[in-house]
Design a protein around this ligand. Structure first.
Ligand SMILES: Cc1cc2nc3c(=O)[nH]c(=O)nc-3n(C[C@H](O)[C@H](O)[C@H](O)COP(=O)(O)OP(=O)(O)OC[C@H]3O[C@@H](n4cnc5c(N)ncnc54)[C@H](O)[C@@H]3O)c2cc1C
Length: 275
């Protein structure tokens, strides 16, 4: 087949997209194309050939919507990272805004979409998935057969499914933190504080060596701890985290760096809580 035999579909509604994709689930969904381009650049195939059938998502209005209710914020899968940042400036939780801002460069964020980011795999360290993990974000996956909601950081569409939107609960967080190092090691965290104590902690580490690490048990070990944290509580948390990071393939330097990142967020809690 010659390259010019590529067939490009441009559905104009969500129903049209789902119908088309159910008839041709081997077609490639194409949102901003930035992760597809990155994959092509990393591959051995020269010149890179696009698959024979592409379904462009850019003309589907339902995928471009951002809506807000008192309980949650919905971001359409086709919303670019740049638009999510500018439109949601006063609405996006800080940890998610920082995670989005850490992706690529402004031109990449102006093309790349939130849905494409969640479906592209974790080679880049999982900045957006880790922020969504601490916010308990969900995604809607739809096919011609129906819809289901799953945790955003586990978004893996099945054959024939399209990620249509991301849902973020609107909750108050008194402390939020995000750090991403050049190695790709990422920390995202959010906490609720009240009456001089740490009420709730959500905490996620991500790295190309171990994927995403979020442990409710570890988070709960600091539930209702007084602020500033007692040295024993702090050290116990960091020691437990270090044990959980004893993972084949994760070197001691990366492990120590991850524990240092966690310590950085615990310091922020001490600053945010009444001294
Ligand atoms: C120079 C450069 C730097 C980058 N840096 C980063 C970085 O720092 N961090 C990072 O996370 N990423 C990075 N990326 C990767 C990429 O830009 C982002 O992940 C981006 O958000 C992908 O979105 P997209 O719309 O371009 O996805 P696309 O490339 O269009 O699609 C990616 C994959 O998702 C599938 N897909 C897309 N939308 C949907 C949908 N709605 N439902 C189901 N499947 C879908 C596609 O079929 C494809 O398999 C970088 C890319 C480049 C080129």
């Amino acid at each position: 087949m010659r390259d010019r035999d590529i067939k490009v579909y441009r559905p104009r509604s969500l129903n049209g997209l789902l119908r088309l994709y159910s008839l041709d689930p081997d077609a490639l969904l194409y949102a901003g194309g930035t992760a597809i381009a990155l994959r092509a650049a990393a591959g051995r195939e020269r010149p890179f050939r696009l698959p024979p059938r592409l379904i462009m998502l850019g003309n589907v209005p339902e995928l471009g919507r951002i809506t807000r209710t008192p309980r949650h914020l919905d971001i359409g899968a086709g919303v670019t990272l740049g638009r999510a940042l500018s439109t949601g400036r006063n609405v996006l939780p800080a940890v998610l805004a920082q995670a989005i801002a850490s992706v690529g460069t402004p031109p990449v964020r102006n093309l790349g979409t939130i849905g494409g980011n969640l479906c592209a795999g974790r080679e880049d360290g999982g900045a957006v998935p880790s922020a969504l993990a601490v916010l308990d974000g969900q995604v809607e996956l739809r096919s011609a057969a129906g819809a289901r909601w799953v945790r955003a950081w586990l978004a893996e569409p099945r054959r024939g499914e399209v990620l249509t939107r991301v849902r973020i609960p609107m909750e108050e967080w008194q402390a939020q933190g995000f750090r991403r190092l050049a190695s790709g090691l990422t920390l995202a965290a959010a906490a609720r504080l009240g009456r001089g104590a740490l009420e709730t902690l959500h905490f996620c580490l991500a790295g190309s060596d171990f994927g995403l690490l979020r442990s409710r048990e570890l988070e709960d070990s600091l539930k209702n701890a007084r602020l500033p944290l007692a040295p024993r509580a702090r050290q116990g948390f960091l020691r437990e985290l270090e044990e959980r990071l004893t993972i084949p393939g994760l070197g001691s330097y990366a492990r120590a760096t991850a524990v240092r990142l966690a310590g950085w967020f615990l310091d922020r809690l001490d600053e945010a809580g009444p001294g």
